[in-house]
Design a protein around this ligand. Structure first.
Ligand SMILES: Cc1cc2nc3c(=O)[nH]c(=O)nc-3n(C[C@H](O)[C@H](O)[C@H](O)COP(=O)(O)OP(=O)(O)OC[C@H]3O[C@@H](n4cnc5c(N)ncnc54)[C@H](O)[C@@H]3O)c2cc1C
Length: 414
């Protein structure tokens, strides 16, 4: 019998899952179908570099269908809804797809219209987001022409994808204006709804210290309620006001809209409640979830999606064979943090373990929780790995799904 596996979303998670499954099953054993709404696969970590002219849109976008192995069916259409009880996906092109196993890999969307005033006067003129290709390109022009004043980097709400990217933006802005010999004319302010610079206390302490060293003001516990482009202010729900000449906003995020139209599938933000270890949805045992679409308590990041892929595929194979699911995801996340001046930090953590010091992946390798040029090179190299190893579903030698512990030490905080 040929199984049908339908994968919703052909981004990072959908593509690597489809390609890994194709290696596991012959076409006679399993038909693999990927659905996505467009044919533009963006290497999203590259969006950080576009505003600073360090990369260009054409360098980070490739056709989606071409990232899929032969004998994977690619359907380009929006998704209307999933009928969980009937095991059917209804597409916006009018067709329907039945499935034995469904993989939800539709990620998360930015929702700038959810914040009052954000998409009003000044949107894409003095208020931008680099979380979309269009926003990152528009911001490149704005930064190139910026003559001085107050730049505010504001996270509207959590969760967001790559929670480290706004900090990287702040560090790169410090570097960019220093290189242009006008850092003294630019006041940088980092505004976050968190009570520290980052979600993980150990890394938050170190990153707050780096913001202070670079003279970047940190404002915490700030929940942005309204943006006024004409006045140039962001106001929090508790009435505090932050003025700006140029605002770089990370809008609220939500899961894909069709999740809300699919009875029983999602939560109030359209993320999909998921078993954090097996990656099986709570909606039905034959629906699995990978990447940003899941509500699991770890970062929404490509590295997490990559590590989840190993576990997810193993569990799907067991599920289709009628066996117990054995593979367990530990929440492993691994993030390079660009700090400017050709350096980067690297942090590695999971559900239970805070970022450790030492090296990644083993006793030798990239230094953890320490700025280095090697980490910066690692971040730049990652784009090659993304297209040539991670998306095609190949293993990266020495890097497994579980967080490695050899040669690593906890940080002692006060
Ligand atoms: C600025 C920025 C910097 C980042 N930097 C890093 C980094 O340095 N390291 C890191 O690990 N991660 C980083 N990330 C995060 C990383 O890119 C994501 O976590 C990762 O791509 C998630 O993969 P995914 O498959 O869940 O979602 P995606 O790759 O976003 O794919 C989701 C897919 O679903 C499709 N889709 C959605 N809704 C529908 C619908 N209704 N119908 C049809 N198709 C639909 C979309 O078109 C998309 O192709 C960054 C992200 C951003 C925005």
């Amino acid at each position: 019998m040929t199984h049908r596996i339908v994968i919703l979303g052909g981004g990072t998670g959908g593509t690597l899952t489809a390609n890994r499954l194709r290696r596991m099953y012959s076409p006679a054993e399993a038909e693999i179908v990927v659905v996505d709404q467009d044919d533009r696969h963006i290497y999203q970590p590259g969006l950080l570099f576009v505003p600073f002219g360090l990369t260009h849109p054409e360098d980070i976008v490739r056709p989606r269908g071409r990232q899929l192995h032969d004998e994977i069916t690619y359907v380009q259409s929006g998704i209307d809804r999933v009928d969980v009880a009937e095991q059917q996906v209804h597409l916006l092109n009018g067709s329907s797809l039945g499935y034995d196993v469904l993989v939800v890999a539709t990620g998360t969307n930015v929702l700038p219209e959810e914040t009052e005033g954000l998409t009003g006067a000044g949107w894409m003129e003095k208020m931008f987001t680099f979380y979309t290709l269009e926003g990152a390109s528009a911001l490149e022009h704005a930064l190139a022409g910026f003559e001085g004043g107050r730049i505010v980097i504001d996270i509207v709400d959590m969760p967001i994808k790559c929670p480290i990217a706004p900090l990287e933006f702040a560090f790169l802005a410090d570097w960019f204006f220093t290189e242009r010999k006008m850092r003294d004319k630019v006041q940088l302010t980092y505004v976050t709804p968190l009570s520290g610079a980052f979600t993980k206390p150990v890394a938050a302490e170190q990153l707050a210290g780096m913001l202070a060293e670079k003279h970047i003001e940190l404002i915490t516990d700030f929940n942005a309620g309204e943006v006024d482009g004409e006045a140039g202010t962001i106001t929090s729900y508790d009435g505090r006001e932050v003025p700006f000449d140029l605002a770089v906003v990370i809008p609220a995020h939500g899961g894909a809209e069709y999740v809300g139209r699919s009875e029983g599938l999602g939560d109030e933000l359209n993320f999909v409640p998921t078993d954090k270890q097996t990656l099986q949805s709570h909606a039905a045992p034959n629906i699995f979830v990978i990447g940003d679409a899941a509500d699991v308590p770890t970062s929404k990041a490509g590295s997490v999606t990559h590590f989840e892929g190993d576990i997810l595929v193993e569990n799907i194979v067991h599920f289709l064979a009628g066996e117990a699911l054995e593979a367990v995801f530990d929440g492993h996340a691994n993030c390079f943090i660009e700090t400017g001046f050709h350096k980067a930090l690297l942090i590695d953590f999971n559900y239970e373990t805070e970022p450790l010091t030492g090296h990644f992946p083993s006793k030798v390798g990239l230094p953890l929780l320490k700025e280095s040029r090697l980490n910066h090179l690692g971040k730049l190299m990652f784009q090659w790995f993304y297209w040539h190893s991670l998306l095609p579903g190949r293993d990266i030698p020495g890097i497994g799904a579980a967080m490695p512990s050899s040669g690593k030490h906890p940080v002692h905080t006060a």
